[in-house]
Design a protein around this ligand. Sequence first.
Ligand code: SAM
Length: 448
Amino acid sequence: MKTKANNFNLISQQFLDDYAKNQEPIRVNFKKMVEDIKFQDRATHSIHIYPAKLLPNIPYFFLNNHFFVKDNELVLDPFSGSGTVLLEANLAGKNSFGCDSNPLAQLITKVKTSNYDISVLKNILESLKIEIKNITMDGNEKFPDVVNIDYWFLPNIKFQLYAILKTIKTIKDDDYRDFFILCFSNCVKKVSLADSRISVPVKVKVKKETNNFHPFFDESRSKLKNLENINVFEKFTDIVNDNIRRFENKQKITSKRQTTKIVSEDARNLNLPDESVDLIISSPPYAGAQKYIRACSLNLGWTELSGKDNLRTLDKKNIGRENYSKSDYLTLKATGLVEADMLLKEIYIINPLRAHIAANYLLEMKQAISEASRVLKKDKYFILIAANNQVCNREFKTQEYLRQIAENVGLKTMCRLVDDIKSYGLMTKRNKTASVITCEWVLILKKE
Ligand SMILES: C[S@@+](CC[C@H](N)C(=O)[O-])C[C@H]1O[C@@H](n2cnc3c(N)ncnc32)[C@H](O)[C@@H]1O
């Protein structure tokens, strides 16, 4: 570990020296720089799916690197999502703080960074296997408040899911119950009629496919066939066993008991004292890209983290959201960033809503970056990972605008790294007016 830390340390020094000479972005490949670790199988990274997860190689590089952070220092991710940065911080011997507006993200992070007694997890699973046989549903009981439950779930599956949830609720210990709720949540979309290859729920195609032998339709057909006779508890048990194995792996990597805490649900108000954090690493949302709440709506409903009427309220907390009423964009807001404002004026003429989404995104990110800067100690680093986007077929230089915002709140750009992300999880087709992200920018910012 020491050699690796020294090596990353030297590479980082070189990056900063080179950038200081000519201010040119440096091409890198994080997959190659951190190639000896199989992140897919590493610890608990894969306990639950989540949209736009960060490539763990990136935080790994900065967290195992004395140039940026020392042992036992405090790491923050203000947009922590499923907790990729926070878990890697723990594995690197650092305590970490997270913040995310999505309650499912908070639950994934909490479980992912917990330490469980493996034998207790196995014993609980055995007792659930017995308990599930006695579960009944009487006339007064209601299904959880899942959006369009009958559209997304076949009747037999709905009952089976309900029985599993009721069984899990008999677990008395909150932390252990959360582990099983998380496994249950990861089962939900797999047994729904939603296509698991698409982030937001879209029903698997069943019609018009009789003459179509494309693998896409074959997969849909076989999913539907399986769902008719599926034993959901068996599927749930497989997920539990896989996740128990992940916790066993995690314990092999580290015996240290670093902690993680979710400190807030809004990156614009972190509930932390001034200059209290040693390193920030974060991949913020983009304007109108991922629909985090819609993507998780079935999970949020079944885990009872949010009923259907609350989904809108949750979405409103999201920076980069798309849902606005017409009265919100009767005029275009100025962001104070010259290039962005010129572009947004052009876009406003073609599509006022898209212009408003992007402008409001930048204004809200300004608040979040300013808040992150407030809690960061002097002479410490903020690693901001972002990409460019397209809005109405025009390049929207998200990473450049975020960098300008960071500079305006007193952070200095020490280096810009650019990585070709062809095979990363962020490669999703966006709405009609946005396009595919192809490069990830890693901005190394310092509070002076
Ligand atoms: C690109 S994702 C982060 C993914 C994360 N790095 C991971 O590996 O899972 C951006 C996250 O920002 C969250 N978010 C959006 N608006 C927020 C806000 N106002 N405060 C905190 N988090 C927010 C979303 O819920 C989403 O989880």
